[in-house]
Design a protein around this ligand. Structure first.
Ligand code: NAP
Ligand code: MG
Length: 486
């Protein structure tokens, strides 16, 4: 059982200092595994947003960070990754009590992926190269890649550390400064990262954290004239609002939004491997992940067989206390999420869904637990199929042909991820090309890596995180043309 390390102060981090909010308000942080208060944070005001942006602006303009060579920034970001490794227990513990994540996954997935993101980006910081351009002009023409300025980074509750790292690491690598607003429900690792970045040598004002209400402060941050870019991950609805507001000041926006991926299981698949991909694809993080595969489409001859296997296997996946190393599935992250998931499943059952597994709340330690649930026989346009549930809920539907499976998979406004399970290599190529999504997994689910670009199409958003693309999104190209005429 993991033991509690000492957490950093629950205060705002502005210009290298821990501060209470300007009006002294604070808010509790709830542990979703118990429903009890785990910690508390300062609740920022618009004046605090102004102070954080002013600090980031001044730090950028002073050039203590933006003026360093890429190699110097690389060295500091590598040190960040090393300190994260030394403090990985503290990061994993905070992520677990904040989100309800099983500690084993918090360590192996969340903390580890975030560390690897800093390592990967640190290497790219050494290659922020421009290009020379041949031209008939009597001139020497070249490009420079320059930072954008102040980045506002807004993140959701489900992967606080990973999703802040996908923004902060490349933003800093390129020489920008950052104001980070984590989700109100899950702010703890953002505060630890402020401590770690400072310990690694990131100067005061370069990285700032404001904890507070997204709906209350978001517009102020997004519309702020001294903020040069918004990096947002969250729901499609809020992402649309953020993008349209950013449009008024023509700020570039990266928007990683909702998803509702289909996982297509063909009868020619290796069934054991496929079932593993199906189950991990909807139970991981209690189903609260944008690239989950909550819509299983099964080739009709296998439909009842697969339902039978899922009905046996799913209840056996250990749900429980996230701080126990053997736990695979934790609670939902908040009472609000629990109510939302319970409402969607209750309504689907009332409309005639067949319950293959689960289907109700779980009483456990006062936490926000829900049974791991599999529903069958719902039509493609049922809301439980068509909308993002964001819980441990799988819907299963049969299909007859490859064309029908592709059509069903693409029949969603979202386009973040998709997947197929097949033993036929030609089909793997054909179907992955036809799926309208930013990433497609074949014979697996949710294999992610800092080197592999990740992001959505359609209502799942704009831009890519990870890969070399990540750094592109935090630089602008300047062309310089120097006359060669005397
Ligand atoms: P959310 O409600 O959209 O909130 C995301 C962030 O935006 C939070 O920090 C929130 O602050 C803030 N916010 C709320 N209103 C705002 C406004 N008007 N202006 C600016 N910021 C505002 O999303 P969530 O419920 O935390 O997260 C779940 C969603 O994120 C799902 O739809 C999921 O699919 C999506 N997601 C997408 C990806 C991806 O990479 N595509 C990854 C993970 C999650 P408060 O917490 O204070 O409200
Ligand atoms: Mg919480």
């Amino acid at each position: 059982m993991a033991t509690a390390p000492k957490l950093v102060p629950g205060k705002l981090f502005i210009n290298g200092e821990w501060r209470e909010s300007s009006d002294g308000q604070r808010r509790d942080v709830i542990n979703p595994a118990t429903g009890e208060v785990a910690s508390s944070i300062a609740w920022a005001t618009a004046a605090d947003v102004d102070a954080a942006v002013a600090a980031a602006r001044a730090a950028f303009d002073k050039g203590e960070w933006s003026g360093l060579s890429g190699r110097e920034r690389s060295r500091i970001l590598l040190r960040v990754s090393q300190i994260m490794r030394e403090r990985s227990d503290e990061l994993a513990y905070a992520e677990s009590i904040d989100v309800g994540k099983p500690i084993t996954f918090a360590n192996n997935v969340d903390v580890n992926t975030a560390i690897e993101q800093y390592e990967y980006v640190a290497s790219m910081a050494q290659h922020l190269d421009g290009a020379t351009r041949e031209t008939p002009l009597p001139a020497f023409a070249f490009t420079r890649r320059e930072p954008l300025g102040v980045v506002g980074a807004i993140t959701p509750f489900n992967f606080p550390l990973i999703l802040s790292s996908t923004k902060i690491a490349p933003a800093l690598a390129a020489g920008n400064t950052v104001v980070h607003k984590p989700a109100s429900d899950t702010p703890l690792t953002a505060l630890i990262m402020a401590d770690i970045l400072t310990a690694a040598g990131v100067p005061a004002g370069v990285f700032n954290v404001i904890t507070g209400s997204g709906s209350g402060l978001g517009d102020h941050l997004v519309g702020h004239p001294d903020v040069n870019k918004i990096a947002f991950t969250g729901s499609t609805e809020v992402g649309q609002h953020v993008a349209s507001l950013a449009g008024q000041t023509l700020k570039p926006v990266t928007a990683e939004l909702g998803g509702n991926a289909a996982n297509i299981l063909f009868a020619d698949a290796d069934l054991d491997q496929a079932i593993g991909a199906v189950i991990s694809g909807f139970v991981f993080n209690t189903g609260q992940f944008c690239m989950a595969g909550p819509r299983l489409l099964v080739e009709r001859p296998l439909y009842e067989t697969v339902l039978g296997i899922l009905g046996q296997a799913v209840p056996g996946v250990p749900v429980g206390d996230p701080l126990k190393p053997e736990t695979v599935i934790g609670p939902l992250s908040s009472q609000v999420q629990l109510e939302k998931v319970a409402g969607i499943v209750d309504a689907a059952i009332a409309r005639g869904a067949r319950v293959v597994a689960g289907g109700k709340r779980m009483e456990l330690n006062g936490g926000f637990y829900y049974e791991t649930t599999v529903l069958a026989d719902l039509p493609n346009d049922d809301v439980a199929v068509a909308e993002e549930t964001f819980g441990p809920v799988l819907t299963v539907q049969p299909f007859d042909t490859e064309e029908e499976a592709i059509q069903m998979a693409n029949s969603t406004p979202y386009g973040l991820a998709a997947g197929l399970q097949t033993g036929n290599i030609a089909r793997a190529h054909r179907v992955s090309a036809a799926l309208d999504a930013g990433i497609v997994w074949v014979n697996s689910w949710a294999l992610l890596d800092p080197a592999v670009p990740f992001g959505g199409v359609k209502a799942s958003g704009w831009g890519r995180e990870y890969g070399p693309e990540a750094l592109e999104a935090y630089t602008r190209t300047k062309s310089v043309v120097i006359s060669t005429q005397a």
